[in-house]
Ligand binder design. Structure first.
Ligand SMILES: Cc1ncc(COP(=O)(O)O)c(C=O)c1O
Length: 348
């Protein structure tokens, strides 16, 4: 079966590019890669990363944690804060079968997590989440980090395993040297928290953070949470050109104009628009999306013809994967295997 035989629109994953990316990141941070599977929500891809030597997997939702555990991944980090009983109960229950570590940023969440762990008869690992400027989750000072660690240390059911921070507000800094310098600067706070916790006798084997465009900023990290590198997209290709585009939405041209403007049969319901514009590469300009259509302009005026297939590289691969049930893995256009996107929220 070739991709030409599949009805558009569909997600195509270039397995050669994917495998290149898996190996390339693994080689750059050997023994320290805990890939963020929010980038694909696909246990088959997570297993390729594990087989290449990842120390475990990072997740952003409780459903991802439970799906990864069901797929047999034994060491899971939830890099988000879960606060409600349903999620904490599911995490604690999963901790009975896998090593589960979750981010915590308040006494209240720590107490709730401890209660859930005790009820499940399990131990939940926790990392103190430190906000380094993104303004999302995390404690914002050394004092708060140390106080939270003391709370965690006194709660049966929890085991303090380390410190986490995420530099999401810096990953888009265009100049690479400047980006890495600012990340190192921002990590002064979690480094100080880590040192203070170790001084207090907490072992803290985990120091985690990092991303596709910043994986080499902090050699101190034990667990690098890079995610997007495995599929890449039109936003990240400028930030981390050492990785290849592996993901495309294959579409059919439905309408052309003499000006070189043309329309394809996939829009915002198939190609996520939350981070950046989709791309057809040099020679084409993105114009707009509506729900089921995307409009492009051929810069030299020569648009493809009606019925032609064009592969659109999404502006954000992670959110694009979350819009689909499966992707079609291929080599050079020859279908090889379906990749079920099996860690989406079943209640969504
Ligand atoms: C907490 C956390 N860690 C790591 C990442 C990975 O970032 P990237 O996809 O840029 O590799 C993200 C991305 O959203 C994140 O939220």
């Amino acid at each position: 079966v070739t991709l030409e035989e599949l009805p558009t629109p569909f997600l195509a994953v270039d397995l050669d590019a994917l495998e290149h990316n898996v190996a390339a990141m693994q080689a750059r941070v050997p023994g320290r890669l805990r890939p963020h599977m929010k980038a694909h929500k696909c246990s088959a891809i997570a297993w390729l990363q594990m087989a290449a030597g990842a120390v475990g997997v990072t997740c952003s939702t409780t459903d991802e944690v439970t799906a990864m555990a069901a797929a047999g991944v034994g060491d899971l980090l939830l890099a988000s804060v879960a606060a409600d009983e349903r999620r904490l109960g599911a995490l604690a229950e999963t901790a009975g079968r896998a090593r589960v570590t979750i981010a915590v940023d308040s006494d209240e969440v720590a107490r709730r997590a401890a209660r859930a762990a005790r009820e499940a008869g399990a131990t939940l690992g926790v990392v103190v989440d430190v906000d380094i400027g993104m303004g999302r989750n995390g404690v914002a000072s050394l004092e708060d980090g140390v106080r939270l660690a003391d709370t965690i240390g006194g709660l049966p059911g929890l085991e303090l395993r380390g410190v986490m921070a995420y530099e999401g507000h810096l990953v888009g800094v265009a100049d690479r040297d400047e980006r890495l310098r600012r990340v190192r600067e921002a990590f002064a706070l979690p480094l100080a928290v880590l040192a203070a916790l170790r001084d207090r006798g907490f072992e803290c084997p985990i120091f985690t953070g990092g991303a596709t465009a910043t994986y080499d900023a902090m050699p101190e990290l034990s667990d690098v949470q890079a995610g997007t590198y495995v599929l890449m997209d039109a936003t990240y290709d400028k930030l981390a050109p050492e990785f290849r585009h592996a993901l495309a939405v294959v579409t059919t041209v439905t309408t052309t104009r003499p000006s070189g403007r043309f329309v394809v049969d996939a829009g915002a319901k198939r190609i996520a628009r939350d981070l950046g514009a989709p791309s057809l590469g040099p020679g084409f300009e993105f114009v707009s999306t509506s729900e089921e259509h995307a409009v492009f302009q051929a810069l030299d005026g020569s648009a493809p013809r009606v019925g032609d297939r064009v592969s659109v590289v999404p502006g954000h691969s992670c959110s694009t994967m979350a819009l689909h049930n499966r992707a079609f893995g291929h080599r050079g256009g020859v279908f090889e295997r379906a990749l079920e996107i099996d860690a989406r929220d079943p209640l969504a």
